[in-house]
Design a protein around this ligand. Sequence first.
Ligand SMILES: [Zn+2]
Ligand SMILES: [Zn+2]
Length: 344
Amino acid sequence: MLAYRLFEDGPRLVNDAPVPEPGEGQVLVKVAGSGACHSDLHVIEATAAGNCFFKPPYTLGHESTGWVEAVGAGVQRVQPGDKVAVYCAIGCGKCRMCLAGFESYCMRSRPVNALGLGYDGGMAEYMLVPVERYLIPLGDLDPVEAAPLTDAGMTPYHAINRSRPLLTPDATVVVMGIGGLGHLALQILRSTSAVRVIAIDVSDDKLALAKELGADATVRAGESALRETMELMHGEQADVVLDFVGIQSTIDLGRKLVRPGGDFTIVGLGGGTMSYGQGRIAVGARVFTPYFGGIGEMRELLALAARGGIAAHVTRYPLERVVEAYQALHDGAIEGRAVICPSN
Ligand SMILES: [Zn+2]
Ligand SMILES: [Zn+2]
């Protein structure tokens, strides 16, 4: 089958990947959609430099949906033809965090690999899901439009949930980076809270999208972003700052924007450093470093999408054009998410 695989020297589309056979407890999924995530670009770069946690070769694609094609012995909850979303973080399944559904916070696996990050993911005609508990039924959702919800949606949903007690109607949340994750974060904030939202991005197109998705105000990233954002908040800092970029300039802006006792959540894997020292961040502020989310949260988020609370903006690419999709992502030319569709 066709698969977009990451090797030590870079990713390549191959046409001779074997179709996996589901063993006991495993499920073979025919892939409908698999989102191209900005973290893949960081992973590709780190792998080439020889300092990535995830060991190649493997098939990329860590946000995927599809149809159950075949099941191994002992699989009980899904059957061929079921339309499913795939939870991708692979924990041990036995520790306290895994038992709570937070396999991305597995206490025994280091690093926590995922389908598409260390293990074969969804940028192929078929993918092997190691355990049926990673599959959540999609109901009436379009499988291609739902694919980004499994990472670009679930990851911000989880990040926002960690700050839920701060999201009072008089609170302000700053969202930095209106890409795949950020454009869904805005919608999640809109549909699950009454907070005021300020969006920051380098691109005017993305700020226009942020307005369309319900941001109360937008600020262009750059030298004057700190001053402009503080003016919009009348000199008081934000209750929560969500950084979906994670480069040095966004981390430095974010830590200055968060209020005493507020939350600064760094989601983007942009390679920036958050160093601690007195005065580097407001007193009482908490810094979070979320990684994916819980299986239960993915289920909640799919329910929110089914009720019309959120919808990913997707650009579809056949698997044959996957290289073009990553190039567009690299160039900042994707609105929302590029989804690779191997079954088209
Ligand atoms: Zn991702
Ligand atoms: Zn575990």
